[in-house]
Design a protein around this ligand. Structure first.
Ligand code: ATP
Length: 353
């Protein structure tokens, strides 16, 4: 099973090193036979190959069974014609990674504003408000005059349906509750189309309870009753914002894991950015990326019918959780003094126990 490692920018290389160390231990202990290959992406690739994401690299990404992508610092990239391609956006579009799955759960021993939170956000990942990637040709963001800026939002029946199906699949293996978040009272046509598909998919899952909530109410309810939510399904930009809110409530951005998945490809990617303000100091929290790697193993296991990979993903998550129970393994974002490498080593030690 070939796993492509792309460390990325900012704290990416540091948190990736800790993640790969733990993954190597897991591979050894569980006999998974993972085959790791590492390549440069982002600013290092730009320096070496003239592009943050070359065609050659895209070929390797497509050929891998799974990819672990570190955060990328797109703010620091030049324009696309000078090689500054946004890797996250380009990969999601090229590989049609329509589902961004972002769990947020509080952990024992980690201070959290919402200690009873345990939810998964199923965020549509290919259309919505992201005007830079929802057109076949050209940009969906444009200025008809110098004083007017317009952006096109795209919602399709197929895009809505497949993320709805993913959400209900997730709920079947969890607490059997789906909350759909829209603004269908105002954007009646586009949000109505999304909501209609979710309602339709719900009919095939009579054992799963569907609740409908408006985005503004959801922002408040996540704070007021965080423990009430199981699976949350929503459109692209609402999902982006709500998932950050949920990550923060459950302990912090440094714990926010995610997988971007399509029918054929899965990419593990921490929900946070490249944190350039702390890069190079060895204090970035690797937990989000480690949990993302665990999710990727579970996704690969489900896709290839390999129960050992699913079990190994669970074992990886448990090992990370046990490591976090000790405040000595908390990085500064969690109020501690641990280094990135300490967290990796703690997880690795727990895996080997
Ligand atoms: P992007 O637009 O790429 O998401 P951003 O600047 O909005 O970038 P982050 O890079 O995630 O967001 O950083 C937001 C804040 O959270 C920064 O202060 C950063 O240091 C902190 N942060 C993000 N990830 C981590 C992490 N893994 N460990 C510690 N601190 C982190």
């Amino acid at each position: 099973m070939k796993i492509l490692i792309l460390p990325g920018d900012g704290i990416g290389p540091e948190i990736m090193e800790a993640t790969v160390e733990a993954l190597n231990a897991l591979d050894e202990v569980c006999g998974l036979k993972l085959d790791f290959e590492e390549r440069a992406i982002g600013l290092l690739a730009l320096e070496a190959e003239g592009s943050t994401l070359s065609d050659d690299l895209m070929g390797h990404i497509k050929a891998a069974d799974g990819v672990i992508l570190g955060p990328v610092d797109t703010y620091a990239y030049p324009s696309p014609d000078q090689g500054g391609v946004n890797p996250s956006a380009a990969i999601r579009k090229e590989l049609d990674l329509f589902a961004n799955i972002r769990p947020s759960r509080a952990r024992r021993g980690v201070p959290a504003l919402a200690p009873d939170m345990d939810l998964v956000m199923a965020r549509e990942n290919t259309e919505g408000f992201y005007a830079d990637r929802n057109m076949f040709f050209g940009s969906g963001e444009f200025m008809p005059t110098e004083d007017v800026a317009l952006a096109v939002r795209k919602i399709t029946r197929q895009g809505s349906r497949r993320i709805a199906e993913e959400a209900f699949r997730l709920a079947e293996h969890r607490r059997k509750k789906v909350t759909v978040v829209t603004k269908a009272n105002v954007l009646k046509v586009s949000e109505g189309l999304f909501l209609g598909e979710v309602r339709d998919v719900a009919k095939a899952h009579p054992d799963v309870e569907l609740t409908e909530v408006l985005i503004d109410a959801m922002a408040a309810l996540l704070v007021r009753t965080p423990g009430a939510f199981d699976v949350v399904v929503t459109t692209n930009m609402y999902g982006d914002i709500l998932a950050d809110e949920a990550a923060e409530l459950s302990g912090g951005l440094g714990l926010g894991a995610s997988v971007n998945a399509g029918d054929r490809h899965g990419i593990a990617q921490a929900a946070h950015g490249s944190a350039p303000d702390i890069a190079g100091r060895g204090i970035g929290n690797p937990v989000a990326l480690m949990n993302s790697a665990a999710m990727l193993l579970e996704w690969l296991g489900a896709r290839h019918g390999r129960d050992d990979l699913i079990a190994a993903g669970g074992q990886f998550n448990d090992a990370i959780d046990r490591g976090l129970e000790d405040p000595a393994n908390h990085t500064p974002d969690l109020g501690g003094r641990a280094k990135t490498a300490d967290v990796g080593k703690a997880g690795t030690a727990e895996i080997r126990k």
